[in-house]
Design a protein around this ligand. Structure first.
Ligand code: ZN
Ligand code: ZN
Ligand code: ZN
Length: 143
């Protein structure tokens, strides 16, 4: 049986390598955005060059996108299935929890359309909401 990670690589026309599969698998399981350091720490025998190339390839091919969260660390998260080599369609906002420092994609909450002054052309827009995530919030309410 084909794993979900393998399926994703195939859908994006990517050659299957163990390292790519392991990386995608990690994003599938994480449920949050991961930095390259997070990925490096979780994968055995990951040399840094291969890791950077892999993340770049996955981003270029529409498998992962940058989850810009206002911190200095670049994090990535899995894309919606409609992303491809030519376009990312990740118009959702990113939530950065100031307690656990996790950043998550809020897939169903979208960056609002903004009306720009005449002469301005937008190419991309990011929206970050800082605050307390659902699981931290639940923890705070516990006695
Ligand atoms: Zn995308
Ligand atoms: Zn949190
Ligand atoms: Zn996202």
């Amino acid at each position: 049986m084909m794993s979900a990670a393998e399926q994703i690589l195939r859908n994006h026309g990517l050659r299957i390598t163990q390292f790519r599969m392991d990386t995608v698998q990690l994003f599938l399981l994480a449920g949050k955005a991961l930095s390259s350091a997070d990925v490096e720490a979780s994968l055995r025998d990951s040399d840094r060059i291969t890791l950077y190339r892999t993340l770049k390839t996955l981003e270029d091919k529409g498998v992962i996108h940058k989850a810009i969260d206002g911190t200095q660390v670049i994090k990535y998260a899995l894309c919606e299935s409609s992303c491809d080599e030519h376009h990312h369609h990740d118009k959702h906002i990113h939530f950065h929890c100031t307690r656990c420092e996790n950043t998550v994609c809020l897939d169903h909450v979208f960056v609002p359309d903004v009306t720009l002054p005449a002469g301005f052309v937008a190419t991309e827009a990011h929206m970050i909401v800082n605050g307390v995530c659902e699981s931290c919030n639940r923890r705070m309410l516990l006695p």
